[in-house]
Design a protein around this ligand. Structure first.
Ligand code: SF4
Length: 176
């Protein structure tokens, strides 16, 4: 298509639903189908991923996208292992000893340069607190990152131990 037609093309209705410049969170989020259609799922995924990502797009401005993948069980249909932030559904007992939906967080996966699986951070996050925990983690990234640094590069620069310390602080705070 000639450049002269570009502005006309950008007005097409499809770009309202699928922007040609995707937002930094929802535009890069992946989810498996989760409990809605999969009888192996431990947790709800798709709507949760969408709601969290859309909220983060409203709450946090970043100069780079963040690739988050959510899966409802260890089978990994949503390719959690190659995400910058991987979210894997589990069940856990909460403070009231009730079995609830929760997530493990993995950081630093990629397909680039031969690929690398992300690494698990210790700690379980109750599904109800996942948005808040991710928001605080990504705000920490925003405050600490270098210009144009991706979350993957950030993980490699600051190291897993530093991210684990941050997650421990966040979990201690949300548990109060
Ligand atoms: S990752 Fe698990 S929950 Fe998600 S679609 Fe695959 S089997 Fe189902």
């Amino acid at each position: 298509m000639p450049d002269a037609k570009l502005e006309e093309l950008k007005q097409e209705a499809i770009f309202e639903r699928f922007p040609y410049q995707p937002k930094k969170f929802i535009g890069y989020s992946v989810s498996c189908t989760g409990i809605e259609y999969c009888n192996l799922a431990l947790v709800e995924t798709k709507n949760r991923m969408r709601t969290i990502s859309e909220s983060l797009d409203k709450e946090i401005e970043l100069d780079v996208p963040v690739r988050m993948h959510m899966v409802g069980c260890p089978n990994n249909c949503g390719q959690r292992a190659i995400a910058e932030i991987g979210l894997q559904g589990i069940k856990m007992k909460n403070q009231d000893k009730k079995m609830v939906e929760a997530f493990e967080i993995y950081v630093g996966g990629t397909l680039n340069e031969g690929g690398k699986f992300n690494e698990k951070l210790k700690g379980k996050v109750e599904a109800e607190q996942l948005h808040q925990v991710l928001k605080e983690m990504i705000l920490f990234f925003k405050e600490t990152k270098l210009l144009s640094e991706t979350f993957l590069d950030f993980v490699e620069r600051v190291g897993i131990d530093e991210l684990q310390r941050k997650l421990d602080d966040i979990l201690a705070k949300v548990a109060v």
